[in-house]
Design a protein around this ligand. Sequence first.
Ligand code: COA
Length: 260
Amino acid sequence: MEFNNLLLEVKDGLAVLTINRPDKLNALNNEVMREIKAAFEHIRDNDEIKAVVVTGAGDKAFVAGADITEIHTLDQSSGAHFAQQGHDIFTLIEKLPKPVIAAVNGFALGGGCELAMACHVRLANENARFGQPEVGLGITPGYGGTQRLPRLVGKGRALEMILSGNMVRANEAHAMGLVNHVYPADELMDKAEELARGIMSKGPAAVAMCIRLVNEGLDMPLDDAKAHEAKLFGEICATGDMKEGTKAFMEKRKPNFTGK
Ligand code: COA
């Protein structure tokens, strides 16, 4: 697929999606957001693609936020629409039934931090900086920052980041659970690919179901979430992948999953 502001490369089932607007530190304007939506719909619907790594072009930024020049023009009605559209797109990413790994290679600010948080796993290089600087612009986060950040790092740390607008370095983001691993810059993409390919070797139906269970269960009371897990465990036991994965273990061989 061709985009004006994205690069989408697929190699052996792994998609690498690069936000490609480096002269503006990969800031998310309307066109970039429309293209991200189209790219993730394509990734979701294309059976050849099993996993995706999201990163930013250049060596300075993952994504430095929503485009502030476009935010400046918003009013009450268009502002609510702007945020809702962002939610719809980032929820598409969060609910994608294939693993989405953010390889954060620089600034991940505002919408950039929110994009990384919508991904299933976050890896970062040592130059990465995370922040929700919106209050400095007189606005609130609008693409999920006030909701996903406290769910990832806890209310107190999230409120400190959101109210101060201060950036945190990669190692601090790691310590608070915002990123899973920090790597030297020249290793980040290899590590992201290694993780993605490891997940790709597992049962695809089970992987998709795990993403669904974690997402849906977190919004439920614990007893309901456990009942949901039991129900979906029953569903996974009805798949060929379950028979194949367990049989392969018993036969001491690698499983041959079909995703069915
Ligand atoms: N929206 C629009 N343009 C942005 C942008 C954003 N969120 N972030 C960076 N840019 C643009 C800059 O305006 C600049 O464009 P120009 O060269 O035409 O002037 C270009 O990207 C490079 O950024 P610059 O500010 O010169 O780089 P820097 O290294 O001095 O500073 C940052 C880097 C990330 C600290 C700084 O760009 C910044 O604070 N960006 C905004 C972050 C933010 O508030 N994000 C949340 C938005 S809701």
